[in-house]
Design a protein around this ligand. Structure first.
Ligand code: SAM
Length: 188
């Protein structure tokens, strides 16, 4: 059973790999950063954040314990000691992370899963430090791509409006992943 489920997570990781180098380059991550990968799935981005600087602390968050168990096994295989996992309840805003402690919240292909995104991100604000950022990668409603046809997507304008109403300002809107995905970065 685990083996079958692992195949799904390996598949998710192969899908995530496509543009990940460009995402990591544009994020320009410094050393000794605390990075939280929300909705980490198979953990592809958690591993990249951990590797880009071994001084980083990466927290992989998910609502599914099977995903976190997989990430823990893969982290051991890849000898990555700077990843820890955290199980949360859907829409749980009370993440056990210190106030002003996070440099980067990263969310790829998960924004559409949030039922109250404005409230979710408003509640994350106090966890960010002064120069902290939130990066959101999300499929666009583009009929050429399966996610864009099946509702696993959000208009970039909608994300920007929600983030503004949650109290953030737009720092960057990248064209690197278009027309498939939007990639926006916010600060307080
Ligand atoms: C489509 S997968 C994306 C995984 C990964 N970010 C990627 O890009 O490959 C969405 C992930 O978000 C998780 N998820 C859904 N709702 C969540 C929530 N409220 N908090 C944390 N994780 C959530 C799911 O369990 C799943 O692992």
């Amino acid at each position: 059973m685990t083996v079958t489920y692992d195949l799904l997570l390996h598949y998710l990781n192969r899908q995530a790999k496509g543009n990940s180098e460009r995402i990591i380059t544009e994020l320009d991550i410094k050393n000794r950063q605390t990075i939280v990968d929300i909705g980490a799935g198979g953990g592809h981005f958690s591993y990249q954040f951990a590797k880009v600087n071994l001084g980083n602390e990466v927290v992989a968050i998910d609502v599914d314990q099977r995903h976190l168990d997989f990430i823990e096994r893969q982290s051991v295989k890849q000898n990555l000691k700077n990843i820890r996992t955290l199980l949360v309840n859907t829409e749980d805003n009370s993440l056990p992370l210190g106030d002003n402690s996070v440099d980067l919240f990263f969310m790829r292909n998960m924004f559409h899963d949030l039922t109250t995104p404005q409230q979710y991100f408003a509640n994350l604000k106090r966890k960010l430090n002064d120069s902290g950022r939130i990066a959101i990668v999300e499929f666009l409603p583009n009929l050429k791509y399966v996610e864009g046809r099946t509702g696993h997507c959000t208009e970039e304008r909608t994300i920007q409006e929600i983030m503004t109403s949650a109290g953030y300002s737009l720092k960057a809107s990248s064209v690197a992943l278009k027309p498939k995905e939007s990639f926006t970065i916010y600060g307080v």
